[in-house]
Design a protein around this ligand. Sequence first.
Ligand SMILES: [Fe+2]
Length: 373
Amino acid sequence: MEFMPFCSTEICFTTLKGLQTKLLSLNAKYLTVIANDSAVKRWNLQGLLKQLAENYDLTWINHVSANPTQWDLITALEQIETPPDLVIALGGGSVIDLAKGISALYDPKRGYSYEEITHAIRNKLYLKKDHFIKIIAIPSTAGTGSEVTSWATIWDGDKQSKYSIDAPGLKPTLALIVPELTLTASANLTLCTGLDALSHAVEAYWSKHTNPLVQELAYRAVELILGNLRTGIKRPDDLAVRELLCRGSVLAGLAFSQTRTTACHSISYPLTMLYDIPHGLAAAMTLDPVSRMNEGHYPNDDRLMALFADYGGISGWINQVCTGIVHLKLSTFGITTGYLHQIVKRAFTGERMDNNPVELTQDDVMAILKTVL
Ligand SMILES: [Fe+2]
């Protein structure tokens, strides 16, 4: 048996001031920073970027699309002129995923065609590299968990499939959690990311690869998110609540870093790729029907479900937290019965669907989707 550390990422909860101190004292010469220009302005971090440019040889990648594709990866890679000692990802899941893509696929010889990048991702050519560029992840949302996982999602530019870049060396060496950064998240973003974190926790809890420690982490993550997401949306300036949501997100990340996700995430990918449903909403949409199919097929299911009981079950809690923001149904996003067949066909992602405690058939997935139409 190969022994792996539970988590090789150093995780620090800190403040904006602490973030500044840490980033200005790194043992590095060449830095690549990925942070959207608009977000840097929103967080008032222009001064920090200026200081980083004075202290290091800095490449700042200042535009990252949501759900990055091979095109976004190529655009980012072409901006890097000198091999970086570190990649710093400051932003949401897409920013951290792009950092992992750079770490995996950066080639000092440069020159990246769409076909080459696609081939390298599909065939996992990056696994032959002798080292990856180290990553510091600074999540600006309470949801992604990418700061403690070793994989990233790259979305196919041709909308045919979604790719996973996955290697132990892609796990960030340092995760700096700054709850203040989440204060500017809108109600919609807070909801989408909170539901993503909830899905990570619930799916880790019932995954085929769960274990007692994962269940404890996931349980506490669910408890924190259930108890605080609605308040975080209603009182966006409440730093104490934002900090609790960050804790929930990191705990969920740690839990699913051991197990990966299951049917809900697997079904979510075509919903996002084909119909632009935000990732967290797409994942959480099927939590309730999948939980009914999984019931009785994973350890301590009653303990997990008891957390939702006060809210009228998973769907009851989701309805409450989504009130006034989104009606969490497929029809909200223009999906009608006629589209379900192609969603079902694309809903089976290996290493996700395979982790579900119950093996689902295409008919099962069709039935799940019809309950949330
Ligand atoms: Fe997710």
